[in-house]
Design a protein around this ligand. Sequence first.
Ligand SMILES: [Zn+2]
Length: 206
Amino acid sequence: MFVAEVGSKADMERILAGTPWMVGRHAVVLKPYDERLSADEIIFDRMEIWVRILKLPLGWMNQQRGTRSMSLIGHVVKMDVDGDGKASGAFLRARVAIELDKPLRRGVLLRMSKMEEPKWFEAHYERLPYYCFSCGLMCHSKIDCPHPAPRNEFGKLPYDVPLRDQRNVGEEYSPSRELQLSPLVAAPQRTGHPTIIVVLVLTDRL
Ligand SMILES: [Zn+2]
């Protein structure tokens, strides 16, 4: 666990609201510093990330049903909707706190009406860090996976699917999204294996 001290409360809020941060492409999981807790009481179990659900019917592109569908992925922090609670564009977008001990959701099954079978809608994640293609967790690679999955007839692992926001495919990875931490924190980058780095954020100007 590392402690990052920033210069102002505004900076701290910007950092906490700007997740996921990465070192290389390893997830950096942040928590606000709380001096009342001991180190083993602090649990880094969630990470906020922007999630998109693709190709939803228009009747689901709103605050109410959108929140219902996003809740299947994690705790909804904020829906990207206008003042009337409506979403527009090619996908529904929300900031969601995902639980790190659960596999990433590849999509959601939604029942459009009582008469119909549930339908599958793919989910994408913006700036998704490294994760395991075998089990969908973020804390190790497919090489270190304790539950290696069989490959399908195309030789692909279950989570070897496009989960990253497709707009970024082919774009250079932007180092501006990396947290500049000490060389010690940056060390996992050299191992080549995904690691979650945990950091407490505090400011001395509360
Ligand atoms: Zn795994």
